[in-house]
Ligand binder design. Sequence first.
Ligand code: NAD
Length: 483
Amino acid sequence: MAAYKMWIGGKWIDAVSGKTYPVYNPANGLEIAQLSLGGKEEVDKAVEAARKAFPVWSKKSQAERSQVAMKIANILRENAKELGMIDTIDHGTPVKTATAIVAGKAVNFEWAAYNSRSLMGHTVPQNPNELAYLQHEPIGVCALITPWNFPLSMILVKLAPALTLGNTCIIKPPSIDSMAALKLAELLEKLEMPAGTVNVITGPGGTVGEALAAHRGVDMVSFTGSCETGKQIMSLASRTVKRLHLELGGKNPVIILDDADVTAAANQMAARQFSNSGQICACPGRFYIHEKVYDEFVEKFVTATSKLVVGDPMDEKTDLGPLVSAEHRDRVEGYIKSGLDEGAQIILGGKRPAAAAMNRGSYVVPTIFTNVTQQMKIAREEIFGPVAVFMEKFNSDDKVIEMANDSTFGLCSYIWTKDMARGMRFANEIAAGTVWLSNALTLAPELPWTGYKESGIGEENSLYGLLEYTNLKRIHVDLTKPK
Ligand code: NAD
């Protein structure tokens, strides 16, 4: 059985307690490794190492750090297959997509490398005898606390800007899916960075994550995960008024208007709904379908969904692997039960796969609910599994906008119409950080990703996201001196 150490201060170390914990392959429930059970002492060590590395790393020229970022991009491409395979075994990411997901994040490092070299300050016109200018400076030690739904990618989108701009980083990967982060550390070890520039601590959020969020030596927490944890982190970080970046959950409305291209909408939305077995913050959360196209959309969505292959993530044909863990499968099944108890109807799925080969894995087949009403739990909470929620039919644009906005979340939304003027009215009125108008395109490092309401604070990606990892300093010079 593989046993993994943590990477702190440029060394591979065991937990001071000597304790480890097991992680499992969700496709078959078998133990795959023992990870070091980090805790408060390891957090102290990592913070000390990252603080020591900061003056050295932050004082390197931007050109030097950008070169390191470019090398990381190459490392990711060269090792994408192996890193992707770890996510497959650890998380259940289908091999069909695993390599591309990792390789795709190489672009984030290239983008950060180029754009950090073009970040310019400003001078502020004021008194002719004064020079007032602004400069962006790295913040210090950043704790990157990330979720399991894309175990490595979620780290990489934060690491690229944070590291390239001169911060030192402590990565706290999801406790159940940390192996890819440890492999990443092994690959980064060969690069020329001061010891402690990047550290990885494994262990539970309730100890490692909380200790990082509360630690006086951590200057910023960049967190992606659930709203509940985000709120806890806000509270802990408030003790030292840390910089916070929070990418939280979503319950994203999809609105199919009566003039939509129903075939395109059904195909693209089914793909988006069930990708990564529905464990994506940007997944559709609630479908509002106009009464005139309701039957056609449902039929086409069911047809597209029925073609998806649920199976072993190691099989190239598989579209949906298992859910991340048996515990999460039980949570998703709890939502399915709650939907039925509250009177919604299942028109597809709702169970585990019949094949005996999948008995030991944490699988749930693609499931579609209809007749869901606004107050039902499955309409209000994030399910984070392969469950599509079709609300009752609508026939009024005003009313559907009101219902779509009736949520504590505001991450993203999908509007399907051929009338762009009508679509833009929806785009303007929907309270969400991203609106896809008649498409379901991908994310990219140059495009900001952010949440309204309880879906988060701050921007990931884009120039706005790059600047999240900097402090803005104003410097005044008196041009009349010396007198
Ligand atoms: P989670 O909040 O349970 O855990 C996220 C991370 O926080 C993990 O590393 C965990 O160990 C750590 N953690 C847990 N408790 C903590 C605490 N008390 N203090 C500090 N850290 C703690 O989330 P999850 O279940 O891993 O991921 C799923 C959630 O992530 C969903 O809500 C999803 O919407 C969200 N998510 C959001 C985005 C986005 O971009 N907005 C992207 C991906 C996932």
